[in-house]
Structures are given as C-alpha cells and as structure tokens.
Design a protein around this ligand. Sequence first.
Ligand SMILES: [Fe+2]
Ligand SMILES: [Fe+2]
Length: 251
Amino acid sequence: MADMTWLFASDIHFPNHDKRMLDLWFKVMDYLKPGAIDLLGDIDDADGTGRWAEGTTREGFSKYDPGVVLTGQLLSDIHAKRPKADKRFFDGNHGWHRHVKWLDKNNPQSLVDGIYTPESIYGVAANGFVWHNYLERPTKRYGDIYCHHGVSISQYSAESVRNDIKKFEVSLVRGHSHRQGYYAHTAPIEDRTVRGWEIGHMCVPTGQDYDLSPDWQAGFAYGVVSGDEVFIDLVPVINYRCNIGTKVIEG
Ligand SMILES: [Fe+2]
Ligand SMILES: [Fe+2]
C-alpha cells in the first residue's frame, strides 16, 4: 500500500471556533489529501447543556443551536472534499456527551423516541464518518496508534497525554487539554515504545469564559502511515501560518 497521510483536528468548540484557523486546516487538507481524517472531540461546544449554563438563560438544547449546526456543516464540508477518506468522529466531554446527559434529565422522551442521536443532529454516517462515544476506550486506528478525545487534564503541555498513556499503555493521539505536546516512554526490555500527542485547539480562547488566562496552544496534527510505521507531527499555528514538513501554509 502506498503511504497515506492522516489529518487530525480537535477542540474547535463551535461556535467559539477560530474561523481563519479552520480555513487554514482545510488548506492543509487540500495539500495533504489525507486518506484518513480523525476529529478528536469538543467539536461542538455544547454550552447550553453544560453545568455552567444550568439555571441561566443559556441553558437548553436545540438541534438548531449554532454549535450543532456548525458541527454538521464541518462534517459535510470534509466529506465533500474527501469522500473516500476513512473518517472518524470521537466525541468529547463537550458535544453529544453533554447533550445526551442534559436530554436524559430534561427531555428523556426525546431519547426514548430516538429523536435526538449523534446521527440526527450532526449527520455522522450521512457524511461518511464513524462515531465513537466519549466513554468508549481509545480506538485502535493505524499501526500502533489509538485515538480518543482524552481523559486526563494536567497542568502543563504533554502532561495530560503522558497521564493517559500511563493509564492505557498504548500510543495515543488526543485533544482535550487544548495544549500541544509529545510524550514517549520506552521499555527496552519489552522492546516497546508508547508515544502520545496532545494536539492543541482551534477555538478562540477568549470565547471560553472558564479560564481567564489559558495556557493553550493553537494547532492540530497530521501523520503519515507508511506500512507498519506511523509518523505523527504536531502542527502549531502561529499568526495563521503553519508548516507541513518544509512547506509553509497560510490561512
Ligand atoms: Fe476542549
Ligand atoms: Fe475536552
């Protein structure tokens, strides 16, 4: 099999997304022509169903919420450009995971009747994506690499993915921390290395009111699947510019 490129994004937090950064990500997609695309969660911010919104005017759920609509639009835009790619949508702690908990409490009949599902609100399979619930274990993808939104949140870059790797003992690409970092652990006696990446975010930090001074890094990740080996690189976005190898791309 020829080498295949792989593109990741996470923590877009629609409608608190950075539109220009997302445009840059699509330019990278045009450049890489990925055979696999993984969305690693917190794509829909799901503000209205979070516990901070409880009892406020923000509380509530509609499939017309901007975060829901924009998430569906993203899936459709990706599918239009890469119809044949192996596409996965890993839910985050924001997103359907939040909506379903809120609906279970406030409108359980809508769940019994199957009115709201990831498919009905986002159009997951309709846009060629395979869905993974947040509470599922990390899923094995290519080579030794597993994907998940991420569980641990630690204070500094690469610490969160380190903690998840210690928990799961597999190589992992994840989001959730909004930080970018790489961590590896080699056990020579077992001839084994586990590698982990936390890939950053593509939201507007000031749009999130739970942290006044977020230690976050904007960006995403891409990889190359070459036989049994998978090479992953973090892509920091600086002034709406990033590099894929030696190629600099502007948003
Ligand atoms: Fe997030
Ligand atoms: Fe998260």
